[in-house]
Design a protein around this ligand. Structure first.
Ligand SMILES: [Zn+2]
Length: 143
């Protein structure tokens, strides 16, 4: 019994051969490559449940305290906003990318929005305009 002939994949945790659909799919955000988790859904679920149980109420309390600190501390907010400057840089790099390369990137990643998952909602309009103007230039607009 092997993967090719039966379509089954052995779980590296419980050892049971199972259909690949019983394994969670993992998509690499950078490359868009897909693979399956090496543990079956059940093993993964058991593991996550055990982890949650081990963390217990003390962990949840700490989480709640962290959220509260974030909501009330301006310094923490400022630190967080650095993340959005990274998003601006990502947008800038998309702008300077050659249109054709850009198109290939989008196609290979299965869609405009997947390629820009890093960008916030508010950049989407700008991004859409960039992309549609490229499609026009390249004569790719459907008609
Ligand atoms: Zn398993």
């Amino acid at each position: 019994m092997n993967t090719e002939s039966t379509g089954l994949k052995p779980c590296t945790r419980c050892g049971k051969p199972l259909p690949v659909t019983e394994f969670r799919e993992i998509i690499n955000k950078q490359t868009g490559k897909r693979r399956r988790h090496s543990w079956c859904n059940r093993c993964k679920g058991d593991y996550e449940a055990a982890k949650r149980a081990a963390k217990g109420p003390a962990f949840r309390k700490a989480e709640a305290a962290r959220v509260l600190a974030y909501q009330s501390d301006p310094e923490i907010r400022a630190r967080r906003s650095k993340r959005s400057s990274a998003q601006y840089r990502a947008l800038a790099s998309l702008r300077t990318r050659h249109a054709e390369e850009y198109h290939q990137l989008l196609t290979s990643q299965g869609g405009a929005y997947k390629a820009t998952a890093v960008l916030r909602q508010r950049h989407r309009e700008e991004y859409d305009n960039l992309y549609s103007s490229y499609l026009e230039q390249a004569g790719l607009t459907g008609g």
